[in-house]
Design a protein around this ligand. Structure first.
Ligand code: FES
Length: 310
């Protein structure tokens, strides 16, 4: 576990706070690439993942940008309450959204989704790779890092205050070994992916990371089912109005959780038998079809019994 001291806290926009976190005990900070995130432990069992903005093999500090939401389920309020010199714990950087090998990288960011995209852009710029970035925001004063990026020749801004965005025009048809990355609110990601698929992008060329995902809701036809744990053989009834993780936590079974909305992958466990009913946004269509893992914070079961590797 890393111990990090808040070295600075800056208001990047009226809703976005920039944090610079240095080692609190002098230990060297592990390096990371574009697309990586930190899982911050914010007290009272609350942990939240935030994308890192400053990729480096030997960082002097970690830089994050956090959207402070009034409807937050806790994470952004805890970040808003942090003060300079506070010390918090964090896991080492992890990256499920890293850059792939490609002849050209197309980056699409909206809102706070700029954070991993900025890190990717910095890494690609450092490598001398071919890439471009479309950054959609409400307006220039709502766009974090606007003043850092305005003179960059790789970025194209698009402001909703100035009109709608013609994604078909921006996405265009792919080259054979190009990669597309998108991050932001779910509606933006879904729109970019839909346009990209229509334009001929293959699923292995499309990379996405969700922010602001809604907690998956009950669906018509949801039924209770039984979850069996491989380690103990214990069985638990999952009613229609509770998730697997809620039932297990109530029973005292530890389940690693972070977003609790099917976005981060923290709660992934292997499926031993049975067929999951996937509700997450974390795994790809291919991973869902393979049914090897399940996100227990939101997904359910299509079969009456689901055995999982817990
Ligand atoms: S806790 Fe994030 S996907 Fe389940």
């Amino acid at each position: 576990m890393l111990k990090l001291r808040v070295a600075s806290k800056t208001q990047l926009t009226d809703q976005i706070v920039g944090l610079k976190l240095e080692s609190a005990d002098g230990a060297a900070l592990p390096g990371f690439g574009g697309g990586a995130h930190l899982n911050l432990h914010l007290g009272k069992g609350l942990s939240r993942q935030y994308s890192l903005c400053n990729p480096s093999e030997s960082p002097a500090a970690y830089e994050l940008a956090v959207l402070i939401e009034s409807e937050s389920r806790g994470g952004s309020k805890a970040v808003a309450a942090l003060a300079v010199d506070d010390v918090i714990e964090s896991d080492e950087p992890q990256n499920h959204f890293g850059l792939k090998t490609a002849s050209n990288h197309r980056l699409f960011a909206a809102g706070i989704g700029i954070t991993p995209m900025l890190a990717m852009a910095r890494e690609l710029e450092g490598r001398g790779s071919k890439f471009d970035l479309l950054y959609r925001a409400k307006s220039s004063d709502k766009a974090a890092f606007y003043s850092d990026l305005i003179n960059s020749d790789f970025v194209q801004f698009s402001f909703s205050s100035e009109g709608t965005l013609d994604l078909a025009d921006k996405v265009a048809a792919p080259g054979a070994d190009e990669q597309l990355y998108v991050c932001g609110p779910q509606r933006f990601i879904d729109a970019v992916l839909e346009v990209a698929k229509e334009a001929g992008w293959r699923s292995d060329q499309l990379n996405r990371e969700y922010f602001n995902a809604a907690v998956p809701e009950l669906e018509d036809g949801d039924k209770p089912f039984t979850v069996k744990l491989k380690s103990s053989g214990e069985e638990y009834q999952i009613p229609v109005d509770q998730t697997i993780s809620q039932v297990l936590e109530d029973a005292g079974v530890f389940v690693p959780l972070s977003c609790e909305s099917g976005v981060c992958g923290t709660c992934l466990v292997d499926v031993i038998s049975g067929e999951p009913d996937h509700r997450d946004l974390y795994m790809s269509d291919e991973e869902h079809a393979a049914n090897r893992q399940i996100t227990v914070c939101c997904s359910r079961s299509k079969t009456p019994l689901l055995e999982i590797d817990l």
